[in-house]
Design a protein around this ligand. Structure first.
Ligand SMILES: Nc1ncnc2c1ncn2[C@@H]1O[C@H](COP(=O)(O)OP(=O)(O)O)[C@@H](O)[C@H]1O
Ligand SMILES: [Mg+2]
Length: 309
């Protein structure tokens, strides 16, 4: 495995300011046991995650929504980092040619010679030689860059084209507890590959009026993949993101989401905050950039829910 210097990737003139104690967003309403949560429901009890004395085989979770800008990449980085705080070993898979996951972890993906594209397409390339360590202990990355956009076309003529990602990941599944696949915003062949390789799907859903449009199509695709390619596939949960508790609009959308998807909706809700764009500039997860912020606490609570499901 090769290691890249951390944080050298994003060439921006904005110097990220260091996190301070002011980042503590006050009393931790998220962990309080009783009362109604932001979903409008009473919070369900989430048990303390058990410690692991051995690792693997990994649960593969596809982070999926064909709409862009809903928090897939942000949730992949921060859920992954939060899972490591509970002693889990995590592999993040950048499965979007935009490479935002790689860049968000401070890795200069556009400069890499070998990425997930090479492991997918060239049989001679060993995944162990392409996986990178990140700045977060026990969290590795299978990086991607624009090369991956060619894979979709090249895979079409392959035998077993829907299972290319599963074949790629198989040699490393025993080394991790969770593999999180950050999908691109489409329901094309790459996303079908992610669903075919996954045990579960986590759907980030932004608390905006139009967000429910398109979810029916996504669920339809998940149903088809379950019927035809991957009988074990389930919806792990729907994660409400970009929630603004001060607006009636956000609360109304939340009520609709809970009405439509009921218990599938995580009790954890991710609020809209400028902290998340800041962490992208910093090239690290919010759990290390602003460990006491509400955003970090929310992703830790999400990790507990994911472990419990
Ligand atoms: N909870 C949030 N509050 C505010 N901004 C957010 C939040 N989550 C993500 N963002 C920002 O929104 C943009 C899109 O998020 P991203 O995770 O890249 O979405 P996707 O991967 O679904 O396209 C990014 O600039 C990100 O920093
Ligand atoms: Mg993304």
């Amino acid at each position: 495995m090769s290691t890249l210097p951390h944080g050298g990737a994003v060439e921006l003139s904005i110097a990220p300011r260091a996190a301070t104690d002011a980042d503590d967003d006050g009393p931790d309403e998220l962990l309080g046991g009783s009362g109604t949560g932001p979903t409008g429901r009473p919070r369900r009890h989430v048990p303390e995650p058990a410690l692991l004395d051995q690792h693997g085989p990994a649960r593969v979770l596809a982070m999926c929504n064909q709409k862009g800008g809903v928090g897939k990449t942000t949730s992949t980085i921060n859920l992954g980092a939060a899972l490591t705080e509970f002693g889990r070993r995590v592999l993040l898979v950048d499965f979007d040619p935009q490479g935002a996951l790689s860049v968000g972890l401070g890795i200069p993906a556009h400069q890499l010679d070998r990425t997930i594209y090479n492991v997918l397409i060239e049989r001679s390339v060993d995944i162990h030689d392409v996986v990178l360590r990140t700045g977060v202990e026990n969290m590795d990355l299978l990086p991607s860059n624009i090369d991956l956009s060619a894979a979709e076309v090249q895979l079409v003529s392959e035998v077993g084209r829907e299972h290319a990602l599963l074949r790629t990941l198989r040699p490393v599944l025993d080394a991790y507890d969770y593999v999180l696949v950050d999908c691109q915003p489409s329901l094309g062949l790459l996303t079908v590959n992610a669903l075919a390789a996954a045990d579960g799907v986590l759907i980030p859903l932004e608390c905006e009026f139009f967000s429910l449009r398109g979810v029916a199509l996504l669920i339809d695709t998940i149903d088809k993949v379950r019927e035809r390619l991957n009988p074990k596939l389930e919806i792990t949960g729907i994660l409400a993101t970009m929630f603004d508790p001060r607006t009636l609009h956000s609360r109304e959308v939340m009520a609709r989401v809970v009405e439509a998807f009921k218990d599938t909706v995580f009790d954890t809700v991710i609020n809209r905050t400028v902290r998340f764009p800041e962490t992208t500039v910093a090239g690290e997860p919010i759990t290390t950039w602003a460990p006491r912020s509400a955003g970090a606490k929310a992703y830790r609570q999400l990790a507990r829910e994911v472990i419990a499901r």
